[in-house]
Design a protein around this ligand. Sequence first.
Ligand code: GDP
Ligand code: MG
Length: 598
Amino acid sequence: DYQSRIRNFSIVAHIDHGKSTIADRILELTDTVSKREMHAQILDSMELERERGITIKLNSVELKYHAKDGKDYIFHLIDTPGHVDFSYEVSRSLAACEGAVLVVDAAQGVEAQTLANVYLALDNDLEIVPVINKIDLPAADPDRVKDEIEDTIGLDAQDAVLASAKSGLGIEELLERIVTDIPAPQGDFEAPLKAMIFDSVYDSYRGVVLSVRIDDGIVKPGDMIEVMSNGKKYEVTEVGVLSPKAVSRDRLVAGDVGYLTANIKTVRDTHVGDTLTLANNPTTKPTPGYRPAKPMVYSGMYPVENAKYDDLREALERLQLNDAALEFEPETSQALGFGFRCGFLGLLHMDVIQERLEREFDLELIMTAPSVDYHTTLQNGDEKTVANPADMPDPSDIREIQEPYVKAEIMVPNDYVGPVMELSQRKRGNFVTMDYLDANRVNVIYEIPLSEIVFDFFDELKSNTRGYASLDYELCGYRPSDLVKIDILLAGEVVDALSFIVHRDFAQARGRAITEKLKSVIPRQQFEVPVQASIGNKVIARSTIKAYRKDVTAKLYGGDVTRRMKLLEKQKAGKKRMKAVGKLDVPQEAFMSVLKMG
Ligand code: GDP
Ligand code: MG
């Protein structure tokens, strides 16, 4: 029957181990995409993904495979991102599948996100098909990697598929293994419709386009569907599959993974993880869904032009539909005006959202320095969560501040354990344990304040280990800390959007670093501008931005015209992201200074 020939699987791996390239080879080998249309990492369709060479969004595609047993199979393949910020995309993809293809680089071996993804797959009871990729590399050592997979993951890897996505070697064997090893979905065609929304995107013509996995029943155009979490009803206008372009179908049935439109115009009415059913024949129990993503860092987002506030709100609403992990609520800043406090999964996620807003919605934004959220207990016993440093209550009103900690797993070759421990200690980490993965690799576990991790831990980790360390982390709770808020004053006025929170031991050094940094990024004005860092009324550091005298191009008189033009253009580009704060023009860079002071 139809369902026994469906295979739903995700491709998971540590970043750069070759997921998207394996997906390319599979699409090629099954003639899903013609040779003429084929290009590298074809499923990474977002402009940003192509530019950066990374997968940001899950991408699903349907393809047909004629197997050695003579039968035709339908595969629903979901390619996933590997970066720690996007593991939420991975967990949603996995919830729509029966199996996971686990890709491990034959030269790198098991890395931090390899493990993290395996745990996610096991949580979802998925069958795992291990693939050792890049066996064409001179440094490839498949036998060592097999042992490593067995030792660290406890997965039988002796018959792992050996592949080179580069040459296409092993891809056919992988397709056969998907047929034989991954179970078919077990949905009930006769039962009432039960479909899980695992992704969505806003299309200005069709409204909201939902990615769904049909667990039970059938859905077709004309059906009245109901969103189980809020009872909203819609008439289905179109169903279909991505192959990889949208191909409409007359229906989707139990076991299928596809898309659905229903003239849904309000983006708040459907959420990723929600269950859809039929209005006149509802199912009794929704799908388990999955736990909502929890933002790790928060930042204020303001339009450069105040008049664009409503545009920004609309853009955030639409983007949220395509990115369930994004959170936002209105906030006001004395310095920046009306904007939103947004929650992100990490700095890469924040960066991606900012770029998407600017490209896809044509907005110019100022973002304030990212902050984690702090739990405060006031003297009167009240509790208050602070995600914006400017909202931190007066120190005299605070009994205790707690900050978020993460459990960080750092995988590293033996030789670098020393530098990793030194770094973790310096970032206020508490040592938990250390496991030998094999004779030369170690998994070092620390509990470290999240704020230290999000700011520059990863870059320092990479440079202290020559790029050999990989990192995964998850929130492990809130711990009391001796924290202080540092205010920044420009020309004597506190600029609320520049306030930040640090451990008291680092306050002096960071205060000094940021006043120096601001001095170098804020352009000279017609008057002298003192830059001060203070804790309460006590100034702890200070620098001065000198007044400028002449137009910068003035001293190039008679000089090279193109050089002069370049300079003017540069000034113009710099201007673009300036925000008037009181009497000053402050560039976007200034608000991020807190990130870049080490
Ligand atoms: P992803 O982050 O897991 O999706 O990895 P990509 O598919 O984007 O691949 C990362 C890099 O590895 C790209 O430069 C690929 O061209 C390269 N790559 C992928 N598979 C192979 C392989 O089998 N052999 C070699 N030598 N390079 C590969
Ligand atoms: Mg990829």
